[in-house]
Ligand binder design. Structure first.
Ligand SMILES: *Cc1c(COP(=O)(O)O)cnc(C)c1O
Length: 405
């Protein structure tokens, strides 16, 4: 049984007041709040287990190593990866994509090659490829969207040619909420012999993801958007790619043998994890995944979808309301503007009413440009949001609108 009031008890921050009003946290697309079990896990690790991993013979180091590697297997299981050595820990989605752009880019991309991206990508899946363009004369081709915020799949298919080497696509848009048909897109790319990187930052918190069923070549996401700690992310990569890719950074942990006449690199996954990893964060992340599974991702998604439908319906009653992203396949994000009210003013005034939303371009400026706007107000839901909060949010938006009328 999904009991939202009981879930809320796990998140002490939700009892905060903002400007004398109860906090209504609707900025989950930027970061989700952290349950007590995860914070306790972090404290407990520092109080009882803390030691550097992998090289120690002493008990604490072995316990820390065991917890870190158990976390890797937990992530493997959570996303349905074939092997835990295909799970690379990074600082987040951003670092994971930079790793692929740098390492895959160096090995497999040459002058004249092309990458297909979509217009709804987060800057994290655009700028790393542009940085690569400083070293390689590669072309970025962009899939557009229709008026509902769905990708134009015919155009996607038409962008492939003999130079296409990679596709990069968000599983779920952080602005529109669109759930892209990544399985079909991957199947099509594979039929052309092209691998696919999926940015799953907005998908993993809301959808059951199985990287093997999707047949994704790379799948990336961040722990802090799935009730986990900040500073941890995951790069899943098929072994055949990761094996063929050069290291991203050099240092300790990632080597087999170092000599000034030459160094040999460690096996996967360590080849891509130079330096001391955030072993406190990784094991706390495993606790977050346990937490999610304990509630049930399907129950969380059903609850969020109810809030999405309810809130969308109520917002549409407001005169001058424009909602960006009305796909039939949509996750729990609502981006909107009200005619005559700047998104920044709306966000500031909502904050005064206790409501935390995100405003601006949401790190998706090319999407904003294609929509002909500069930014939106974005409300995004998580497991702990309630219908009462959704009602209060709609009432707060109406109050702000009245101030301007
Ligand atoms: C948040 C987000 C990112 C970036 O994640 P970081 O944790 O900041 O690295 C990338 N892509 C999408 C779709 C996102 O929502």
């Amino acid at each position: 049984m999904f009991d939202v009031e009981k879930i809320r008890e796990d998140f002490p921050i939700l009892s905060r007041e903002i400007s004398g009003r109860p906090l209504i946290y609707l900025d989950n697309g930027a970061t989700s709040q952290t349950p007590k079990c995860v914070v306790d896990h972090i404290a407990d690790t520092y109080y009882r287990v803390n030691a550097n991993v992998h090289r120690g013979v002493h008990t604490l180091s072995q316990e820390a190593t065991d917890a870190h590697e158990a976390a890797r297997r937990r992530v493997q299981q959570f996303i349905g990866a074939g092997s835990s050595s295909e799970v690379i820990f990074t600082r987040g989605t951003t670092e994971a994509i930079n790793l692929v752009a740098s390492s895959f880019g160096d090995e497999f991309l040459h002058d004249g090659d092309e990458i297909i991206l979509t217009v709804m990508e987060h800057h994290a899946n655009i700028v790393p490829w542009q940085l690569l363009q400083r070293r390689r004369n590669i072309k970025l081709r962009v899939v557009p969207i229709d008026e509902r915020g769905d990708l134009n799949v015919d155009t996607y298919k038409s962008l492939f040619n003999g130079h296409t080497r990679l596709v990069g696509v968000a599983h779920v848009s952080n602005v529109l909420g669109t759930i892209n048909p990544v399985r079909e897109m991957i199947a099509y790319a594979h039929a052309q012999g092209v691998p696919v990187l999926v940015d799953g930052a907005q998908a993993v918190p809301h959808l059951r993801v199985n990287v093997q069923e999707l047949d994704a070549d790379f799948y990336v996401f961040s722990a802090h958007k799935v009730y986990g700690p900040t500073g941890i992310g995951v790069l899943y990569g098929k072994e055949k790619w990761l094996d063929a890719m050069p290291p991203y950074q050099g240092g300790g942990e990632m080597i087999a043998h170092v000599d000034f006449s030459g160094t040999t690199f460690g096996e996967l996954p360590f080849k891509f994890e130079a330096g001391t990893p955030d072993y406190v964060g990784t094991s706390a992340f495993a606790t977050a995944l346990d937490y999610v599974d304990h509630i049930g991702l399907e129950s969380i998604a059903a609850h969020e979808n109810e809030l999405l439908r309810y809130t969308t319906d109520r917002l549409q009653d407001i005169e001058g309301m424009r909602i960006f992203g009305t796909s039939e396949h949509k996750s729990s994000v609502i981006s909107f503007l009200v005619d005559g009210i700047h998104h920044y003013d709306m966000g500031m005034l909502l904050d005064k009413l206790g409501v935390a939303v995100r405003t601006g371009h949401h790190c998706a400026q090319p999407l904003m440009t294609s929509l002909g706007i500069e930014g939106t107000v974005r409300a995004s839901f998580a497991a702990y949001n309630t219908k009462a909060e959704a009602e209060a949010f709609v009432a707060a938006v109406k109050r702000v609108v009245q101030m301007f009328r």
